[in-house]
Design a protein around this ligand. Structure first.
Ligand SMILES: C[S@@+](CC[C@H](N)C(=O)[O-])C[C@H]1O[C@@H](n2cnc3c(N)ncnc32)[C@H](O)[C@@H]1O
Length: 228
């Protein structure tokens, strides 16, 4: 695993978004939260219902195509499905999540980093997945996140993203009884699709699936990057 994430001592990096709220401070809470909750989350997370979406995103790609999983967590759904056949890179803030991913998908390249500034060259990936991860970035930064996804995708590259069905923000001081704090922030369907289109994506379809941790519903969006 390589490390692209600033430590608490590092100066704040440049965030490609407005500064309505400090993304770096959010990222530290989320990183520490997932380091604390990783085992409990992994025990409850399944992802089997999402595998068909993951497979559809690479259906037209040759074996060995480059797939980036932004906020890969413990490797459920994406890395466990694709790592043996595609050149996969998983990026996540949480060392504990990456440790689980390395056990579940040993063929994947794993990088500790922030999905708002991906450690990947422009146009370098054929497909990008972000399942249940952008929801942990303050929503006023989501437009910039989608532009960052567009930056790293080649024209015609495919995106699979989960976000909220309706807009919501919340926090939990003891998520999954782990003692770890967590926070979420997302727009509703219409605004998320609008931001994707503003970032250069054509939305192919969107589908609502139940949360496999029993916490409501999520919007699964498939989109294609139209190019710059
Ligand atoms: C709910 S988990 C989902 C993990 C995995 N995608 C899955 O579907 O099982 C969210 C993951 O996103 C990561 N994450 C949240 N914000 C992030 C950010 N700004 N940069 C990188 N990873 C982030 C968390 O550390 C966590 O592992």
């Amino acid at each position: 695993m390589t490390d692209e994430t600033p430590s608490d001592e590092d100066p704040p990096g440049e965030t490609p978004a407005d500064d309505t709220r400090d993304h770096d401070e959010w990222a530290r809470v989320v990183m520490q939260g997932y380091d604390g909750v990783a085992e409990a989350y992994d025990a409850d997370r399944d992802g089997a219902d999402e595998v068909a979406f993951v497979e559809s995103v690479v259906a037209d790609l040759p074996r060995g195509a480059r797939v980036l999983d932004a906020g890969c967590g413990g490797g459920r759904a994406v890395l466990e499905t694709l790592a043996d056949d595609y050149e996969t890179v998983g990026v996540d803030l949480s060392t504990e999540q990456l440790r689980l991913a390395s056990e579940r998908a040993p063929a994947a390249r794993l990088v500790r980093g922030d999905l708002t500034r991906l450690p990947v060259a422009a146009g370098a990936v054929d497909a990008l997945t972000a399942l249940h991860s952008v929801i942990h970035v303050p929503r006023e930064h989501h437009g910039a996140v989608f532009r960052e996804f567009a930056r790293v995708l080649r024209p015609g590259g495919r995106l699979l993203l989960t976000t909220g069905v309706g807009e919501w923000e919340g926090e939990n001081d003891d998520w999954l009884d782990s003692g770890a704090a967590m926070q979420w922030s997302f727009h509703g369907r219409e605004r998320s699709l609008e931001l994707l289109e503003e970032a250069g994506f054509s939305v192919d379809d969107d589908t609502v699936l139940d949360d496999d941790l029993g916490g409501g519903e999520w919007l699964f969006v498939r989109a294609t990057f139209d190019g710059r």
